[in-house]
Design a protein around this ligand. Structure first.
Ligand SMILES: [Zn+2]
Length: 321
């Protein structure tokens, strides 16, 4: 009788302990955040919006950082090796990190989010034969597909949160659709003859395709090549011939070449202004509106429209600029 009682008690105790043990494991799995490292701010912004507080996020390249030239630091390597998920753009944007990321991907969960976009939607690279132009965040419609790739990568790591990731992604993409409508509206107000976008490097080809602008970069697609004096002088002639009134600097590229261009045009008697500072390969400062993807594109579309003779609210889509 006593032995039976003891056995029964032990059995119950075991069951309770067992139950607690498993519920603790389940809870900790459910509560555990997915650790994600993203190379660019634009990708990190997508992770932040889709992952919410289920994600612990580290971004490698902050405001004003040039991704073509960025090389991973020792701290970056440790963070990436320990993360549940590493997301990078790919298409040779992170040129100096590509070899490292490909190798890391052999044993880790590493996803090049832009490389999953079908090739027929991409623009060929002018600099590198057989490669694509990596700057596809400049077209918010195309970027929406990248957001879905980010969502799928998160679901893959944490399937238990799939519903939340899906709902967050849908909410966020609604806001991106609003941005698409705004950009269409303010950019289509620019007179056809003014639709020339001259910037430091070729980051705006997707933008040009989406909104009907001719895009000219002083440097090629990557920022690695230095623009020669000859190129500057050819562009000065073009500015005069086509009566271009404004050119643009970029936050992540030196403005030296653009200033040389403006001075060259002035010396030849043609007045050109710097139409504004565009966000090309990096967003603005963290915790500011321009430090978000939507703020970045809103700011670009608004600046370009206003500088080239279009109509746009000075403070942008949400009165936040
Ligand atoms: Zn670039």
């Amino acid at each position: 009788m006593t032995i039976l009682k003891i056995t029964k008690t032990l059995l119950i105790a075991f069951c309770v302990l067992n139950f607690n043990f498993f519920s603790i494991v389940n809870n900790s799995e459910a509560n555990e955040k997915v650790t994600v490292v993203a190379t660019t701010g634009m990708i990190a912004d997508a992770v932040y919006n889709v992952g919410g507080d289920m994600v612990e996020l580290k971004v490698l390249m902050g405001a004003g950082v040039d991704p073509h030239a960025y090389r991973q630091t020792r701290t970056d390597i440790i963070a990436m090796a320990n993360a549940d998920l590493v997301l990078w753009n790919g298409l040779y944007l992170e040129a100096q990190m590509e070899e490292f990321l490909l190798e890391l991907g052999l044993d880790n969960n590493v996803v090049a989010v832009a490389e999953k976009i079908p090739g027929n939607l991409l623009i060929g690279s002018e600099d590198y034969e057989g490669r694509y132009d990596p700057h596809l965040w400049m077209n918010p419609n195309l970027w929406s597909r990248v957001v879905l790739n980010v969502r799928d990568a998160l679901i893959n790591v944490k399937p238990s949160a799939a519903d939340e990731f899906r709902a967050n992604a849908n909410n966020y993409l609604d806001k991106v659709s609003e941005l698409v409508r705004y950009a269409n509206k303010v950019l289509s107000s620019v007179p056809a003859e003014n639709r020339i976008l001259l910037t430091s490097h070729d980051a705006f080809n997707y933008f040009g395709n989406a909104y009907g602008f001719e895009v000219i970069g002083i440097q090629g697609i990557s920022t690695e090549s230095e623009a020669g004096l000859q190129r500057i002088s050819i562009l000065v002639d073009m500015l005069i011939e086509r009566n271009v009134k404004a050119v643009f600097i970029e936050t992540s590229v030196s403005d030296r070449n653009i200033r040389a261009l403006v001075e060259g045009a002035q010396a030849a008697g043609h007045e050109v202004i710097i139409g504004g500072e565009l966000f090309s390969d990096a967003m603005g400062e963290p915790n500011t509106y321009k430090g978000t993807y939507i703020g970045m594109i809103d700011s670009n579309a608004t600046s370009i429209s206003l500088a080239l003779g279009g109509n746009a609210p000075k403070k942008g889509m949400l009165n936040n600029l």
